[in-house]
Ligand binder design. Sequence first.
Ligand code: SAM
Length: 217
Amino acid sequence: MDNARFVDQLQRGSEALGLRLGEGVAPGLQRLMGELLKWNAKVNLTAITAPEEVLEKHFLDSLAVLPEVEGAASLLDLGAGAGFPGLPLKLARPALTVTLVDAVGKKVGFLKATIAALGLKDARGLHLRAEGQPEREGIPRAELLIARAFMDLPDWLALAPAYVQPGGRVVAMLGKAQPDSELAVRASERGLRVVSSRQYRLPFSGAERQVAVFSQA
Ligand code: SAM
């Protein structure tokens, strides 16, 4: 995919999602694509390797939750893998402090090298396993907890609140839409409440998505 097509697709896709991206975002994402595909030839980071698909299924899918991230100072991405959604969110909102945690060393090797290659400040990759005890594990709490393709909703709502700073929020990225009544039941099981819930589609494939935000009740 050449530069002009990448910029055009990113613009069309982000507009369809109702997002406003700053000018520096496209070059940052292009460098991220370069690092991802370069590393993926040696280390198995992602099964999605066609640039058009990386743009939609990794980049735009990550950026789609920007409205839920706005206003937060710090973000913790658990089970970040190759950095999704945390790295695109950091590129789109450079002032955000982002911590990416993964239990697999080679993935964190990629995260650390890419953070350095892209010159990202206030971003770090940690090779740690999240099991609900942040102090013991050495995982810093954040204002906003996020994960993609990490756990099902009940397990995520059981784990994530331990890592949230007082007054913070837990974001759930859901592939399959769940009715608000189901979200409310899942939240109350963990002493949480639903702050917001939103369904949308990815711009080119039309794949369905839902994002829900939870806070302490
Ligand atoms: N979030 C990325 C994405 O959407 O592309 C990666 C998703 S991948 C399916 C799940 C990731 O969670 C893997 O990289 C795995 O190593 C990591 N993982 C699984 N259990 C973990 C744990 N307890 N603590 C930290 N990372 C974990």
